[in-house]
Ligand binder design. Structure first.
Ligand SMILES: [Zn+2]
Length: 347
């Protein structure tokens, strides 16, 4: 509701003040914050070189079209160009409809997330650019249930969809959601060995999907450095994916029933690490652990019962390589979450 009211106020105001512009202003109006407390603010997004057509160094946008399942691969066909109408006031671009604020906010989230990863030494050069599609049709994909999505399996694209869950802020404009989806893109790159690689095991294995969701939640909560960001962004899902809760492997649902349940055990362990160290160290260990996990290619062993959970052990090792003094408290957290069967140094 607040979203509609805010946008209407701006649009009402703007009706009086100017004509549609093609000028590229220094700053753009976008969402700041998440959950119930967001506001509109003026931001600089230098990566978005053409805010009218949503094109820039992070990727280009299209609207409409359809995503099809062609023999297991996701293929996108038939989109058209996006055109945003805005006016420029005091060097600030102010869009004339709410979709435009959503799209600029999306781009801003991507830009700031990339910068945050750069700052801790995690390169996303192989991930960007990522093109996106605004409100495509999606046929036959049960995986696209909500909001925003990353098309893995070689499709390498973000989808910005209408919300199907109730949220304070449209989810495609939500900094958490975009960071979570960027986490999926990083996962695809690291585990599949490239953003355009189609690997059927990675694309379809429920165990890999569970780890992927946990990794994406870990990336999002660490980048925003807020364990409750999920609760504020998606109140209806908050309890199940709370990274500060008591999630343990012993009580997690089987991966083929609920990929988030087991993933949350991993995201929670990473948050334990965050509380014991720093956001920067935790982020690096989260990604380094994934690189080590992917190198082992263990996910190809069908009968490996601790496949997914081995990831946490590798995060532990990556963290201790950077700061050995974490061993005692981190082992305590590890054993609490995973038990001792993972042959870690904590056993
Ligand atoms: Zn996800």
């Amino acid at each position: 509701m607040a979203w509609g009211v805010n946008v209407q106020r701006w649009v009402g105001l703007l009706w009086l003040v100017g004509c549609v512009s093609t000028e590229v202003p220094d700053r753009l109006l976008a969402v700041d914050g998440y959950g119930g407390d967001y506001a509109l603010t003026e931001v600089s997004i230098p990566e978005l070189t053409d805010p009218r057509r949503m094109q820039g160094s992070l990727g280009n946008g299209e609207v409409g079209g359809v995503l099809l399942d062609e023999g297991g691969r996701v293929v996108y066909r038939g989109g058209g160009p996006l055109v945003i109408d805005y006016v420029v006031q005091d060097d600030v671009g102010v869009p004339l409809d709410g979709d435009a604020i959503l799209l600029w906010s999306y781009y801003r989230s991507l830009a700031s997330a990339r910068q945050q990863l750069d700052e801790v030494g995690i390169s996303t050069d192989r991930v960007f650019p990522v093109d996106f599609v605004f409100q495509p049709q999606v046929e036959g994909f049960s995986l696209v249930a909500t909001n925003a999505a990353y098309v893995a399996g070689g499709g390498h694209r973000f989808l910005l969809l209408a919300d199907t869950v109730q949220a304070p802020l449209p989810l495609a404009a939500n900094p958490l959601v975009i960071r979570h989806e960027l986490g999926h893109a990083v996962f695809q790159d690291v585990v599949a060995g490239g953003v355009f690689v189609y690997d059927q095991v990675i694309f379809t294995d429920a165990r890999v999907a569970a780890l992927q969701e946990g990794f994406a939640d870990a990336v999002a909560t660490l980048l925003l450095d807020d364990p409750d960001v999920l609760g504020q962004s998606l109140p209806s899902l908050a309890a199940a994916r709370d990274v500060t809760g008591d999630a343990t492997l012993a009580e997690a649902a089987p991966v083929d029933e609920d990929p988030y349940s087991r993933g949350t055990v991993h995201a929670s362990f990473v948050w334990d690490l965050r509380e014991l160290s720093t956001r920067e160290l935790a982020l690096r260990a989260t990604v380094d652990g994934l690189v080590a996990w992917a190198e082992r290619q263990g996910f190809r062993d069908d009968d490996d019962p601790v496949l997914v959970d081995r990831y946490a052990r590798l995060v532990l090792e990556a963290a201790l390589a950077e700061d050995p003094s974490l061993e005692a408290p981190l082992c305590e957290a590890f054993v609490r979450r995973f038990g001792s069967f993972l042959e870690s140094r904590c056993s």
